[in-house]
Design a binder for this molecule. Structure first.
Ligand SMILES: NC(=O)c1ccc[n+]([C@@H]2O[C@H](COP(=O)([O-])OP(=O)(O)OC[C@H]3O[C@@H](n4cnc5c(N)ncnc54)[C@H](O)[C@@H]3O)[C@@H](O)[C@H]2O)c1
Length: 395
């Protein structure tokens, strides 16, 4: 990319491949940020649906006086809809958001590279695939990078920027500056399974499910503990019902496999059975809770002592995961904390929270679990042990 382009982001033409929920959200952001955009999907119906959805969203923004009609028309006018990858030919960056399948992604990356100019950046919005493998499909692998938005893309501030081993410094710098110019919060993550958020957040679901399976408490009580005592916006079971147990289970399973079956990431039968039963959550009317009309929701047992135990157990597992991510240089301590507050709305960054709880306390709680269960799942991070030994804090 040449200099004028890097300093005047509005001049860039942006391509988006895949008109599903993520692709249409990304194109909305880019068009709102004054870019000419091309949205390509092989499926005509997906394109029509995306166009209709985008019109509706803009119409609602006009109704709410967030933008005027003229602006809505201009934004819509900046988007070209196409079924042909060749229409990416003048793009300065293309962001891919198609089906989560490595073989298919590699095929489209090779195809995209054959039509774009030699300085066009090719990015993937993948949640779980290795950027290095996707990049390997390209002759100029140094132009390939991960740019991971969260759902819904126009509303969630976080974007993870993931350079592969092959990615050039220039590709990373230009990509991050561009997404920053879209008023997003960017964090830099290593090309490892789950990047930052989908790795560090695993215990929020996994430990909650384990607590339930042990019969310590029911779904409603665990959700109550995490919201009322922990200060989280949503409890783990309510959140899994939102995300969908099918999707959340698949992510857990793929992170587990990608970490060479590290027992820390072991999926749960409870969630597997819910997914198998078709109890995906809100979208199917039933998940851990029953969303049918008129059904009374179960009430939590508000025992403060048990609530605090549940909350502390999930929290120290989350903190341990964040600390281990820092230990393994997945991201900086600032970015690890930003990722969890801006990507999944945690009330506090986990590292700053661990400082507040006292690192010696965090370690003691983990060691208690480790001794009690004798499971590798509870092993405290080496970095946590060192920090306690040296009497240090993260911030
Ligand atoms: N949904 C999320 O919460 C979320 C969050 C972050 C990242 N992601 C990632 O974003 C990507 C897209 O996810 P989504 O939820 O928007 O999917 P989706 O199923 O809503 O949309 C995918 C779109 O890609 C199109 N498509 C499939 N193969 C294609 C091809 N070869 N060429 C052109 N178009 C093709 C489909 O027609 C469909 O319209 C995935 O890699 C996913 O892992 C999803």
């Amino acid at each position: 990319m040449n200099t004028p382009h890097t300093t005047h982001h509005t001049l860039l033409k942006i391509g988006v491949l895949g008109a599903g929920s993520m692709g249409s959200g990304i194109v909305q952001i880019a068009a709102t940020q004054k870019h000419q955009t091309v949205l390509v999907d092989l499926n005509e119906e997906a394109l029509n649906k995306a166009a209709a959805n985008l019109k509706n969203i803009l119409a609602r923004m006009v109704e709410k006086d967030k933008i005027d009609q003229a602006t809505a028309d201009v934004i819509m006018g900046r988007i070209t809809f196409s079924k042909n990858i060749a229409d990416f030919k003048d793009c300065d960056m293309v962001i891919e958001a198609i089906i989560e399948n490595l073989e298919v992604k590699k095929k489209v990356f090779a195809e995209m590279e054959s039509v774009v100019s030699h300085d066009c950046i090719l990015a993937s919005n993948t949640s779980s695939l290795s950027i290095a493998s996707i990049a390997s499909a390209c002759k100029q692998a140094e132009r390939v990078i991960g740019i991971h938005f969260f759902n819904p893309a126009p509303l969630m501030p976080l974007v993870e920027i993931i350079p592969a081993v092959q990615t050039s410094e220039a590709t990373t710098t230009t990509s991050r500056a561009l997404i920053d110019s879209w008023k997003k919060v960017t964090v830099l993550a290593k090309d490892t399974p789950g990047f930052i958020v989908n790795r560090v957040a695993r215990p929020f679901y996994g430990e909650a499910l384990k607590i339930y399976e042990e019969g310590v408490a029911d779904f409603a009580t665990i959700d109550w503990a995490m919201t009322e005592i922990g200060g989280f916006k949503m409890g783990p079971f309510t959140l899994m019902d939102y995300i969908g147990n099918d999707i959340n289970y698949t992510v857990t399973e793929s992170v587990f496999a990608a970490f060479y079956y590290d027992p820390r990431y072991k999926p749960s039968f409870t969630q597997k059975r819910h997914a198998e039963a078709g109890w995906f959550g809100r979208k199917t009317g039933r998940g851990y809770y029953n969303y049918a009309e008129g059904v009374e929701q179960p009430q939590p047992k508000k025992d403060e002592k048990i609530g605090k135990e549940i909350c502390d157990r999930i929290l120290v597992m989350l903190m341990n995961e964040a600390i281990d991510a820092l230990f393994l240089n997945i991201a900086s301590r600032e970015d690890i904390d930003l990722a969890m507050t801006k990507g999944v709305n945690y009330p506090k960054g986990l590292l700053v929270w661990a400082d507040e709880m006292g690192l010696a306390n965090v370690l003691a709680k983990l060691e208690h679990l480790f001794a009690e269960y004798g499971e590798d799942r509870y092993r405290p991070s080496v970095l946590l042990r060192r920090m306690v030994r040296e009497n240090k804090t993260f911030f």
